[in-house]
Design a protein around this ligand. Structure first.
Ligand code: SF4
Length: 323
């Protein structure tokens, strides 16, 4: 496929994303969405002032999210459920403009109850739901309850749909929590006030919350948090990584010793069975390049190995002891 074809495709996806945002979420500069309240305040505020252009991976991720919702809705319909609404918009009636767009709201008019379902489509399904998912759900349940005083919001759940090999996972058992909801509204109020402040004074710096996900933030390049001599907020993350690397090294040494010992036994005695496994000595062949002969051969034609070597750059994380 030509580069032009790919550029056209990406531009169309970008157009679709903008269209979808306008149709479903409206002008995000005029309110705080529930998913923005749990995020880093600086990221949320700058995203409102200068909405970043999504790259191809992000655009595909958006589409994946919509597809997951469509699949779940089709399954509910096929299962005979008729008591749900999709993309339910709920506005907070207080001072700060907070709006929730809830993926699924189930309502029982007879029992006067409601339930919330949030659909996620992560690349891998975590063993525990992410804190940001839970924050979103608590806000959705709280806002829905506030907007429907005649109903009781009984429960909420998060359904993670994976298009790879993990399938689906349901994280449920959530109920509205008044204290958490009040705390999140307070946080929303602070973010909204900081947003108004930055709008009138562009030199104002909103609160920043460094996390291991900062690398994916569109505003990391000039984030003041990373101008500090040491980014203390990442201490735990680097500590865990260095500890894991140490364990990996020890594990590899341990594995090598055990393999060598067992190979010595099967080499001497032939195949054995242990722990329900069959162990035997295997021999495979592999092709290796005789560089000495190749160098001699090339020399005859006035060339050397370096004539055929190319240099290409690659990136990796280097960790050294800091001075
Ligand atoms: S880089 Fe991290 S701390 Fe800075 S704005 Fe982005 S999310 Fe916030």
């Amino acid at each position: 496929m030509s580069d032009q074809f790919m550029i056209t495709l990406q531009a169309a996806l970008q157009q679709l994303a903008i269209q979808h945002t306008v149709e479903t979420l409206g002008d995000r500069a005029t309110y705080l969405g529930v998913s923005e309240i749990g995020a880093c305040p600086r990221k949320t505020i700058l995203s409102k002032i200068n909405p970043p252009q999504a790259d191809l991976v992000t655009l595909l991720r958006f589409r994946r999210g919509h597809m997951a919702e469509e699949i779940v809705a089709a399954a509910f319909t096929a299962a005979g459920f008729t008591n749900f609404e999709r993309q339910v918009e709920v506005h907070y009636a207080g001072d700060v403009p907070v709006t929730a767009h809830i993926d699924f709201v189930f309502t029982s008019k007879v029992r006067k109850t409601m339930a919330v379902l949030e659909v996620k489509s992560p690349e891998t399904i975590p063993t525990e739901p992410y804190g940001s998912w839970e924050t979103q759900l608590y806000l959705q349940m709280g806002l829905l309850a506030a907007a429907n005083p005649d109903y009781t919001v009984e429960k909420g759940a998060i359904l993670a749909v994976n298009f790879g090999s993990s399938g689906m996972a349901l994280f449920n058992g959530y109920t509205p929590q008044a204290t958490i909801f009040a705390g999140l509204l307070e946080r929303a109020c602070t973010i909204w006030n900081d947003y108004q402040h930055v709008m009138t004074d562009s030199s104002a710096i909103p609160a920043m919350e460094v996390s291991p996900l900062c690398g994916y933030c569109p505003f990391v390049a000039d984030c003041p948090k990373f101008e500090a001599e040491e980014v203390r907020e990442l201490t735990e993350s680097v500590e865990i990584l260095t500890e894991l690397q140490k364990q990996q090294k020890n594990l590899e040494t341990d594995i090598d010793i055990r393999k060598r010992d067992l190979l010595a036994i099967v080499s001497a005695r032939g195949p054995i069975k242990a722990h329900g496994r069959l162990l035997q000595k295997a021999t495979r062949t592999r092709k290796t390049l005789d560089t000495d002969r190749l160098v001699d051969f090339l020399k005859e034609y006035g060339q050397s190995l370096t004539d055929f070597q190319e240099t290409s750059a690659y990136s990796f994380l280097e960790i050294k002891k800091a001075a």
